[in-house]
Design a protein around this ligand. Sequence first.
Ligand code: IFM
Length: 452
Amino acid sequence: MNEFPVGFVWGAGAASYQVEGGAYEGGRGTTVWDVMCWTPGKIWDGHTGEVGCDHYHRWREDVQIMKQIGLQAYRFSIAWTRILPSGQGKTNAEGIGFYDRLVDALLEAGIEPWVTLFHWDYPYELFCKGGWLSPDSPKWFGDYAAVVADALSDRVTKWMTLNEPPCFIGLGLQSGDHAPGLKLGFSEVLRAAHNTLLGHGLAVQALRERCKKKPMIGMAMCGRVTAPVSEDRADVEAARSNMFDEFGWDVWNYALWTDPIFFGRYHENAIRLYGNAMPRVTDNDMKIIAQPLDFYGMNIYSCGFVKAGKSGRPEHVALPVGYGMTTMEWPVTPEALYWGPRFAWERYRKPIVITENGMSNTDWIALDGGVHDPQRIDFLTRYLKEYRRAIEGGVQAIGYFQWSIMDNFEWAHGYKRRFGLVYVDYPSGRRILKDSARWYRDVIRSNGAGIG
Ligand code: IFM
C-alpha cells in the first residue's frame, strides 16, 4: 500500500491562545494564560500570546494559505472566554461571530473544521472559583460545550472535547510550568483530573443532545508512548505493559485517562498505587465519563523504548548516544507513530486520528527568501511511514493532523520554538510557506503516496 486508505483525512492544527492574538478585543475574557504571561519570569523572554500570529485579524489570509496547501481539514480550538467571557453565564455574540466567520470561510475553501473545545486557555474567573478543582467545573465545561454546539453545529460535525489533559493538569497543576502555574499535592491533581473527565463526559452529552448535524466526537490525548526494542513477543508485551500498566506519581499514563473513558473504570494499578489519594468515584461519575466516542485522537511526537527484563517487567532502554532530536529536545523516534496507534487500537478498538504530530526546528528566512526545512520533511516522512505501517498491519486510522499549520506561541517557550508548515515573521506578521508546506501539499494530493 502506497496510498493511505480512501477517505483518510489530511489536516493541520493550531490552538486559540497560540495563534489568535486579539487578547483584549471582541469582548474576550481573561484566561489563565494571560495571567501566566503577565507574571515575570514565567515565559521565555517575556513573550505573551497577546498578538500571537494575529490570526484574529488575518484569518482570511490564513484560510487561503491552508487552501493553497490543500488541507482537507483544519483543527482549531475555540477560546472559551470569547464565547463566555466569564467562563459561564452571559454569551458574547462578537466572539461567536469570529468562529462563525472562520467556519464559513473554511467550508467555502473546501476545508473541514475540526473543533477542539478546550486547548488550555481556561477562563480566569472560573479559575478564581476553584478551576478544575471545583465540583462545579464539569458542569461549567458541559454548559460551555452546549453554547458552542448551538452556535456552530449546523456546520461543524467533527469535535474534540479536551486537548491533552495530562498537560494542562500535569504541567498546569502539578509541576507549575504551565498556566495556572500551581504545584498541588497529588490527591488534588487526581481530583482535578477526575473533574476534567467528568467535564469531558458532560460535553459529549451536550454535543450529542444539541448538535444539529450528526457529530463525530473524540478528544485529543497525549501521554507516554512506549515502543519495544524489537518485535519479539516479550519485548512487545513489555512495551504495551509499560504504556498502560505502569503508573508513577504523575499523570502521563494514557490509561489513567482513557480507561475511564472507554472502559468506565480506573486502571486497577492506579487504584492500588494511589490508594487514598484517588478521588471518590461514584457509579454515576463513571456513567458520565464513559460516553461512547467516535474516534481516539492522539497527539504523538516521540516515544521511549523498553525491552522485557529478566523478571518479564519492562526495562527502559536508553537511546544511542548522539540520537537525533528536535529543538524541543524531543528525540526523533518515528516508531512512536507505529506503536502508539497500534497499542491504542488494540486496547480500545476505536478508530485512531493522529490529532498532532510535527517538530520544532531552527527555521529562518534564507538569503533567497525561502524557508528551507529539510529536517521537518525528513521527520514527517519517517513518522508517516510508520503510521502507514500501523495501518497496513490492521490499525483502523482515519486521519492525520500535522502540528502546526503555522509557527506560533509555544507556551512557556514563547516564540522561540517553530513548529509551523508556514513561517511567521512576527514583527511584520508576514507568512511564508516553508518547503515542508509544499511537500505536504504533494503528500495530500497523492493521499500519502508522496512519502514514498
Ligand atoms: O504546541 C503544543 C500544543 O499546544 C499541544 N501539543 C504539543 C504542541 C507542541 O508542544
